[in-house]
Write a protein that binds this ligand. Sequence first.
Ligand code: C2E
Ligand code: SIN
Ligand code: SIN
Ligand code: FE
Ligand code: FE
Length: 349
Amino acid sequence: MLLADFGRDLTGADRCTVWLCNEKDGTLWTRVAHGLDRYPIPKTKGIAGWVATHGEALIINDPYNDERFDKDVDKQTGYRTRSILSLPIRDADGRTVGVYQAVNKITGSFSAPDMEHLLLASTYTAEVLKTAQAQEEIEATQREIIFTMAEAGEMRSKETGQHVKRVAEYCRLFGEKYGLSETETEVLKLSSPMHDIGKIAIPDSILLKPAKLNEAEWLVMKTHSTLGHDMLRYSDRRLLRSAAIIAWQHHEKWNGTGYPCGLAGEKIHIYGRITALADVFDALASDRPYKKAWELDPIVKLFETERGAHFDPDLARIFLENVDAFVKIRNTYKDEAEKPAAPSSCPEH
Ligand code: C2E
Ligand code: SIN
Ligand code: SIN
Ligand code: FE
Ligand code: FE
């Protein structure tokens, strides 16, 4: 949006759009346009498409008499395009990575000095875009690492990979209903699958015990929350920082009787409070090595009982008001049928 504002002010245009080339599907798309939402167009379409394809700048002060102009955009938006200044955004290697397009010069028509100004701005734009794309790469990598690590953790405890998907979806639903922003909800959804990553360091004899843990075993088991936090705490990355908080706090309880720190109420981060409900619901609604899945009725009763005790009362209310939506997620990401018990190091053939 800053770049669009910048281009608009530089050229005295009514609005300005930064189009980006998507090499994968051959479209141009924009998210930051005055008066347009994210709006993909084929790379061959319209003035912007022509500029992206030919890599040349254009000034058009009579677009309705230019066959390259795409009148459909105006038709859809009810906007009347009178003049266009459009030029390619090039990366350091000279490849066209986008199009900078100013529309409707306020004081008449675009001219060569406007083009020079926008050209200068586009050099700067290319730099900013490069940084933004590198950032997106890093975040995509983080998402992949988090999901893969979370699945690896669950594989060891023989909970299927579906568990981490369900917890992510429950957390997203809680985030939305609770009123977290879109970004906060997304961060929560992407990092919550890591809540039990510390179980990686818990011995099989405890983790997979098909019975109730004794006191000594329970003490070891409880360390999975701080272990997970210790694994993740040194990262500066937003998703991993959030995962560290969730690993640490997902067994804290609203009334202060949880572990590892006995935090109470809003001292527990909202991500930790939400993941607590998502985790318990999923644990109760699925088979575990140490117990069978519960029916829905006793699960609902437990959430009523624990409202304000184990669980944040607001979140428990959200759960109780939306049980159907939670059950729907559970059914969408069902555990696969149990695999044969005998483990084999050789693939079957
Ligand atoms: P988990 O299986 O993912 O369970 C997560 C949380 O769901 C539990 O946290 C607990 O709050 C709730 N939960 C699970 N099953 C039940 C249940 O039958 N009744 C009730 N009221 N709540 C239930 P918690 O207790 O802190 O346990 C953390 C983890 O420790 C569990 O994660 C599981 O991996 C392990 N664990 C807990 N109890 C046992 C056990 O008796 N045997 C074995 N082998 N592991 C256990
Ligand atoms: C075009 O590039 O032909 C129209 C797009 C616009 O109005 O911004
Ligand atoms: C194996 O190496 O997988 C066992 C040999 C066989 O059963 O064919
Ligand atoms: Fe846990
Ligand atoms: Fe869990």
